[in-house]
Design a protein around this ligand. Structure first.
Ligand code: ADP
Length: 788
């Protein structure tokens, strides 16, 4: 480093004209030595000129640092004359010079502006050397102390300067020395430079210095705070890293971190409601802190998996085109006109009122009549997913609502499971067998189901396992049942019942011909060129191979036929297989069902009743016999309580009418009576066999035979009134199958005759009655001679 020139400013001679070097962002003071990098053309030329002469140059600051080529007006007029101590050419063409400030000078006039500035200059001298008053001394000492303080606070000064400052006696020079080392802003520095009153200059410096010290103090505080913070986080970081290292050694780290990251991504994707997302994140945070193999971690993992996989915001877009819906229903189902009509009305209302809080559809009817397939068609016509679940035998509330997570092996309830499987939050959700739902000490699934179905509550369905509400209000629930009565009444109240009855043989053949056969042919990869099934074969299937109200087994047997034919064709025996009632046993084996044998002749004590079972209508024969005894009544044939009571009522009625019927009172006290309903393997119940039993009892006591071609159905009261029954359509179909010509029905069921197909009514006579007397009048044969 060059020697610092410490001669008094006044003593220094400077030329009257010098090249001008515009400098940016810095003000050079006398005595200051500093390196400058010079790249601008006008500057390089000025320096080269100066180096060629007396190495002196006027350093003037630029008012705006951003100006690349400053004009005269862009430069301050007061600057510092500097001596170039050293010059170095850099490889990129720039110059590096070391200059020392020598004396302040002012540009009086520009002599040359191109290719660089040369100015006529005049020395700027301090106004006068101040007197060394006490005040001036104190001011100087203050400045020196402030310099020490700022040094202690970390401000850097050149070591030489510090010594110089210590020993300086001239207030103006002290001010300049400090100013040149303070790192002032350019405009501040320039105004100091231009100040020619030494005391004022020093005062200003003192001000700036104390501000600087203050600033350094604050800075130090901030720094120590920050450092403390950094220390803390660093500590934690190191500890965490150490933990990771240990875990890595144990082979735990990577899987877990990866898993957690994966789960977080899934949460983001699932677009859950805010509350649910919070819960999921909370669980993941817990998971993160656990040993990955612990049982609890497993539980949390399954739980979060459930949360992320539920379709919180995935739904199918509804298509509500009634024309299309009608077409789909027609395409999938034979006849069922009334049912389709009601479904379309229901959909129509839905179209008008989007968030319909209306009733839930409930299809009631025997198995295999198309309840499920109607549901599927509804889903298809709405463009929604379809999901079906059976409630049959469900006794535990937890099956609907799930178990709390504290249970071992807890799972969400079946509703939530169904939603997850369907993958959308608005499927058509079919709940089968609502009539078979049970209840016991484990709670009442029906009431949980009520919450699922109730539009007032189901927008926030609370599954115990999930612990967060799920919105079921967009789900379209449809229920099915075989019978109406066993449906718990609070549920029934919320449903719109649509009844489907069993099919007649003709309808079954129609369904088979138009739907089941084409479907099965397709499924077995054969065509109508390979097989021909005659109606006689279909009829034989419905009577001899199946006994059902619907067509489920019929479809199964048709599939059976197709499979046999397909196999033969696959074996190379290609021809058209003709199937009729004659050869059907070759395919389906021996007949499984024999129709109940018809009674050959009119008999005493045997009456024909009509029953309505889950699988449709059927015929039952009721037998009554009396033998010597004490008047007791025996009932056999797996009768339910209602049916037993009904038998007692029938007997009481007959006894009370003994006189009119011509029965001696002693007959009852001296004989035991036994009533049996054959087909003992099948449980029977219900009051609708009342009049049939009363007829059998009256027949056996009076000795009058019963017409074999008369069947009957109706409940009987003690006073001989005939009350209405259900399932007339099914019952009359069964009667038709058995070749019955007359059917006695309760008067109040007359209106149901409307639903009975015409061809059934054509050769069958329905006799509506109000009293038991009328029944007996029509059923018993009086003209023939009595038999014992
Ligand atoms: P459910 O749910 O009432 O027990 P399904 O809907 O499962 O009965 O019906 C059984 C089979 O019978 C299905 O293959 C269905 O397509 C067919 N099926 C029932 N009724 C009809 C009908 N009216 N037209 C066409 N196919 C029918």
């Amino acid at each position: 480093m060059a020697e610092i020139d410490v001669r008094e400013e006044r003593e220094i001679e400077i030329p009257t004209s010098l090249p001008i070097l515009p400098v940016r962002d810095v003000v050079i003071f006398p005595y200051m030595i500093l390196p400058l990098f010079v790249g601008r053309d006008i500057s390089i030329k000025a320096i080269e000129h100066a180096v060629g002469e007396n190495k002196m140059i006027l350093l003037v600051s630029q008012k705006d640092v951003n100006i690349e080529v400053p004009s005269k007006d862009d430069l301050y007029t007061v600057g510092t004359v500097g001596t170039i101590l050293r010059m170095l050419k850099l490889p990129d063409g720039r110059l590096k010079i070391l200059v020392q400030g020598v004396a302040k000078a002012k540009i009086l006039k520009y002599i040359q502006t191109d290719p660089f500035y040369i100015g006529e200059i005049g020395k700027v001298i301090d106004q006068q050397q101040p007197e060394m008053t006490l005040e001036v001394e104190a001011l100087m000492r203050n400045v020196k102390e402030l310099v020490d303080k700022s040094l202690a606070l970390g401000k850097s000064f050149l070591p030489d300067i510090i010594v110089l400052i210590e020993n300086i006696e001239d207030p103006g020079r002290l001010a300049d020395l400090v100013a040149s080392n303070l790192g002032l802003k350019a405009d501040q520095a320039q105004s100091l430079l231009e100040q020619t009153e030494p005391i004022l200059r020093l005062k200003k410096i003192s001000e700036l210095l104390s501000r600087e010290v203050e600033l350094l103090l604050v800075q130090q505080k901030i720094q120590s705070d920050v450092k403390g913070e950094i220390d803390k986080t660093q500590r934690e970081y190191f500890l965490r890293e150490q933990m990771k290292a240990i875990q890595r050694e144990l082979g735990e780290i990577d899987e877990k971190a990866e898993e957690v990251m994966e789960l977080r991504k899934k949460i983001e994707k699932a677009k859950m409601p805010e509350k649910v997302e919070k819960e999921a994140i909370k669980q993941i945070n817990r998971l993160e802190k656990m040993h990955p193999d612990s049982a609890e971690a497993g539980t949390i993992r399954t739980y979060v998996d459930w949360l992320v996989e539920l379709p919180w915001s995935k739904s199918s877009k509804d298509i509500l085109d009634l024309k299309k819906a009608k077409k789909i229903l027609d395409d999938d189902h034979y006849d069922l006109e009334k049912v389709k009509e009601r479904i379309l009305e229901y959909l129509g209302v839905r179209k008008l009122k989007e968030k319909m809080k209306g009733p839930i559809l409930c299809f009631v009817g025997p198995p295999g009549v198309g309840k499920t397939s109607l549901g599927k068609s509804i889903a298809r016509s709405l463009g929604r997913e379809f999901f079906r679940m059976s409630l049959g035998g469900m006794r535990d509330e937890a099956e609907i609502r799930g178990h709390r997570r504290t249970y071992v092996g807890a799972m969400p309830g079946r509703i939530i499971q169904g939603i997850k499987t369907s993958g959308k939050n608005n499927p058509v959700f079919m709940l089968d067998e609502v009539d078979k739902i049970g209840m016991d000490f484990r709670g009442d699934p029906a009431s949980a189901l009520l919450e699922v179905l109730d539009p007032e509550q189901n927008y926030a369905f609370a599954d115990h396992y999930l612990g967060v509400p799920f919105d079921l209000s967009n789900v379209m629930f449809i229920t099915t049942a075989n019978l109406i009565d066993p449906i718990p009444s609070p549920l029934r109240d919320r449903m719109e019942i649509i009844a489907l009855s069993g099919y007649t043989a003709e309808e079954k053949i129609g369904i088979a011909r138009n739907y089941l056969i084409p479907k099965q042919l397709k499924e077995h990869g054969i065509s109508d060129k390979n097989i021909k099934i005659y109606d006689s074969a279909l009829l034989s299937i419905t009577t001899n191979y199946t006994a059902e109200a619907g067509v489920r087994n019929l479809e199964r047997e048709i599939a059976n036929l197709c499979r046999k034919v397909a196999r033969k064709i696959a074996e190379g025996k290609i021809k058209k297989y003709i199937i009729s009632s004659k050869n059907i046993s070759k395919y389906l084996g021996v007949q499984k069902y024999m129709p109940e044998e018809e009674i050959k002749k009119d008999e005493i004590g045997v009456s024909t009743g009509l029953a309505w079972t889950e699988s449709g209508g059927d015929i039952i024969y009721i037998e009554a016999t009396i033998m010597k005894g004490k008047g007791s009544l025996t009932l056999t044939g797996q009768l339910g309580d209602v049916m037993k009571e009904s038998a007692h009522a029938a007997l009481t009625y007959v006894r009370s009418r003994a006189k009119t019927l011509g029965i001696k009172n002693s007959m009852f006290s001296q004989n035991d009576i036994h009533i049996h309903v054959p087909a003992g393997g099948i449980p029977k119940d219900g009051p609708s066999a009342g009049i049939t039993m009363a007829t059998a009892i009256a027949s056996v006591f009076t000795g009058k035979p019963v017409h074999k071609s008369v069947a009957m159905t109706g409940e009987v009261t003690l006073r001989g009134k005939v009350l209405p029954i259900g399932g007339l359509k099914e019952k009359s179909l069964a009667a038709k199958r058995m070749g019955i010509k007359k059917v006695i029905i309760p008067k109040r069921n007359e209106k149901d005759l409307e639903d009975i197909p015409k061809y059934v009514k054509k050769d069958m006579q329905f006799i509506p009655v109000e009293t038991m007397d009328e029944v007996l009048k029509n059923a018993l044969i009086t003209s023939k001679k009595k038999r014992k």
